[in-house]
Design a protein around this ligand. Structure first.
Ligand SMILES: O=P(O)(O)OC[C@H]1O[C@H](OP(=O)(O)OP(=O)(O)O)[C@H](O)[C@@H]1O
Ligand code: HPA
Length: 174
């Protein structure tokens, strides 16, 4: 049976780190435009907290993508389930993710978005699991580097459950 066995990051730890990331982004984009793009659904909670820590005139948009899951197609592309509402040509774009695991979702997504001619394209992720990386992608802002455990909470699901937990927990088969 799958159960949440431990807390990896508490609500307080997440809150403090999200505030730091927001301030760093605020400093880096001072005096510039910024379009924050949250990747649904996992990043929804993080992006909502993050933008409230960026005291700039930010615009916000969302994308929903699905990666082709099986190994044979792993180098493929992302299927766009919901595209951006705005044209990103000439804009500073910050992609916000909850977790980078294999890196395939973002590696394919950044190829797609780069082709649209943004002024800059940066990546912010709350969690980074480098041990599982299959595609090398440069990440500009990382909340926490974590070990290879299956985690849930703060927007991240297991079978669509646990997204509403305010902390990040480890799920194990017990
Ligand atoms: O680096 P990768 O191995 O590609 O994995 C990371 C992706 O997986 C999760 O999304 P998921 O497809 O589970 O959708 P969700 O955000 O709607 O839960 C997560 O939100 C990332 O988008
Ligand atoms: O650890 C994880 N938990 C939930 N969804 C995920 N998608 C990639 N890694 C994870």
């Amino acid at each position: 049976m799958f159960k949440i066995t431990k807390t990896m990051l508490t609500e307080e730890e997440i809150k403090a780190r999200v505030a730091e990331l927001g301030k760093q982004i605020e400093k880096d984009f001072e005096g510039q435009d910024l379009l924050v793009v949250g990747i649904l659904k996992g990043a929804s909670v993080f992006v909502a907290d993050l933008i409230r820590n960026i005291n700039l005139d930010v615009n916000m948009d969302f994308m929903s993508v699905s990666s082709y899951g099986n190994a044979m197609e792993s180098s493929g592309s992302v299927k766009i389930l919901k595209d951006l509402d705005v044209d990103i040509k000439g804009k500073n774009v910050l992609i916000v993710e909850d977790i980078i695991d294999s890196g395939l979702t973002l590696s394919n997504l950044t190829k797609e978005l780069s082709a649209r001619g943004p002024k800059s394209l940066k990546i912010c992720t709350l969690l980074d699991k480098p041990e599982r990386r299959k595609a090398d992608i440069p990440v500009d802002y990382v909340g926490f580097v974590i070990e290879d455990k299956f985690i849930v909470g703060y927007g991240i699901d297991y079978a669509e459950k646990y997204r509403n937990l305010p902390y990040i927990g480890i799920v194990e088969d017990v």
